[in-house]
Write a protein that binds this ligand. Structure first.
Ligand code: BTN
Length: 327
């Protein structure tokens, strides 16, 4: 039974243990050591969060339906037992989950701490861009404290991309691909962006924040006009709403597993990246801070960098930039 100090979450746990069955206020009050009035208030708080809970005088309360919101308790319940203790901070709106996660990391939050927001006002994208983050998306940041040296940050980005690929395949049966270095695409359009920001010290990474932005439950029309031809959402492609908490839990489960592999057997992660990276073999254009060139994407090296062969046969190792496949 519940051990958390948060009464709303504890009450939810009682109701969620027996969905559609009545649980008496008395049982919950005894189990949590709180008054029946406190339980009643927590029930109201859950109702305000969108839970449909019926109350019957002689019977108690029963959970009829849950809202499609990525609450920490809904995510945690879908994580394997050892990960259930993972700290998950939920916000309905934040400027940016990256910003909040980095503040928590600076304050000493553990590796694995997650920040989730239902919408962001100043979502951060790569290369200083803004990331449009309307309600309905899955916006989250994970704190990691890697032991790998800094050049391998790109591998961290690719590890997150693999986690998203696997999570979408396992929870929704959707097949997506990785557009090096940080996009996950469905068909020809971007469905997810990944941003890794690190606090570096001369000889180590103090922490890194892995930001994952998954366009889930909003229509493509919610995106600014200039993005509509290059980005899409799961709802748009699948023609239905996806459940956010199971999706978030799947991404976190996969990320944890692939991140563990990254520390021990990075080549296994790279092999998975290669399996899902569609650029390889294609003629691409690389845009890097002011320079632009074309060539064939040959391979990924052991650090996750892209090796591009130009028309004159010279090879360029690309570690960052925007890449697009030429028709
Ligand atoms: C990109 O493709 O440019 C990367 C986008 C990363 C967006 C995510 S949403 C969650 C996290 N919080 C942010 O402010 N950005 C990342």
């Amino acid at each position: 039974m519940p051990t958390t100090g948060n009464l709303v979450e504890s009450v939810w746990t009682y109701l969620d243990h027996a969905p559609l069955e009545y649980v008496s206020g008395q049982t919950i009050a005894q189990g949590t050591g709180r008054s029946r009035v406190a339980i009643w208030k927590a029930i109201h708080a859950l109702q305000r969060l969108g839970y449909r809970i019926e109350a019957r005088p002689a019977l108690g309360y029963r959970l009829v339906a849950a809202p499609n919101r990525p609450f920490p308790w809904e995510i945690r319940k879908r994580l394997p037992a050892p990960e259930r203790i993972q700290r998950i901070e939920f916000f309905d709106r934040l400027p940016s989950t990256q910003e909040t996660a980095s503040q928590l990391a600076e304050a000493g939050a553990d590796q694995g701490t997650v920040v989730v927001a239902e919408s962001q006002g100043r979502g951060r994208g790569r290369l200083g861009r803004t990331w449009v983050s309307p309600l309905g998306g899955l916006w989250m940041s994970i704190i990691v404290r890697p032991t790998v040296p800094s050049p391998q940050l790109i591998l961290l980005q690719l590890t997150a991309a693999v986690a998203v690929v696997q999570a979408l395949r396992k929870t929704l049966g959707v097949s997506v691909w990785i557009k090096w270095p940080n996009d996950v695409c469905l068909g020809g359009r971007k469905i997810c962006g990944i941003l890794v920001e690190a606090a570096l010290e001369p000889d180590r990474i103090r922490h890194a924040i892995v930001g994952i932005g998954l366009n889930a439950n909003f229509p493509r029309i919610s995106l600014p006009a200039e993005l509509r031809s290059v980005a899409t959402s799961l709802r748009e492609e699948l023609d239905r709403e996806v459940l956010l908490a199971p999706l978030a839990a799947a991404v976190l489960r996969e990320f944890r597993a692939w991140y563990a592999l990254l520390q021990q057997r990075p080549l296994v992660v790279l092999r998975e990246v290669r399996r899902h990276a569609r650029l390889l073999g294609h003629v691409i254009r690389v845009d890097q801070a002011g320079t632009r060139f074309e060539g064939r994407a040959l391979a990924l090296d052991g650090l996750g960098q892209l090796i591009v062969e130009r028309a004159d046969g010279s090879r360029v190792v690309v570690g960052t930039g925007d890449v697009s496949v030429l028709p």
